[in-house]
Design a protein around this ligand. Sequence first.
Ligand SMILES: N[C@@H](CCC(=O)N[C@@H](CS)C(=O)NCC(=O)O)C(=O)O
Length: 252
Amino acid sequence: MITLYHAHHSTCSQKVRVVLAEKAQPFDTVFLELGKKDQLAPDYLKLNPNGVVPTLVDGDDVILESSVICEYLDERYPGTSLTPDDVVARAKMRAWMHFAEEVPVPAIRVPSFNRAFLYRFEGLDQAQFEAEQMNVRKVRKEMFQRMGKPTGFARKEVDIALGQLDDTCGRMQAALEHGPWLMGEQFTLADVLIIPAIDRMADLGLSHIWEGNHPLVGDWYERFQKRPSFAATFYKGSRVSDFLELHPLYVD
Ligand SMILES: N[C@@H](CCC(=O)N[C@@H](CS)C(=O)NCC(=O)O)C(=O)O
């Protein structure tokens, strides 16, 4: 049996939930509370030394990294394939997957923290922020260093992130001219890896980024919302605005 260690609102977990739903693959679930630092608990670090979610345990095997988990599930389990048969198309899909990891996934963390997650640092002074939040991270230390302080990312960082999200939507718009999906006719892991960032943009009130110049992204998002895997992934309580008060984007 598969066990997924994940968090309701974690964008990286959401990718994996989409794949499991697309494959109609049952799984056991262990939820972690990231605000309480469950992901840094010693027992969890034995499973995932990166101190992040998701982690997939399949029998005796532990699989890390959300995009790797998505490919693993698609290869390992039956059901609709989310990977093109053609080797060139497969390479192009993987380029989308890398792009998602390089650009929109890190970019969306910046407005997510400023608008929603700063409550985690409430009452912390600079020294506590560094000792209890920044320095305890495993793979996320660099992001906390860029934030630098418990009051959130500076305007310059927010603007860089918004520019990256706009670029992402531009790239998607160009691909979707040959849609309906990013790779054309077939719904693939390229779509799966991008959806959490797009849904989070909507959640944080950033959909204007595609509404003006990249309308095909809005059409793609609507199309995605009609898939049963969307409802299985983005259920009530999995969006930050479901359980957190949203704050202004800019903190300075
Ligand atoms: N590259 C990793 C990144 C995972 C990741 O950053 N997960 C976030 C949630 S989306 C997390 O666990 N954050 C907890 C923390 O930063 O301490 C993956 O794709 O699995």
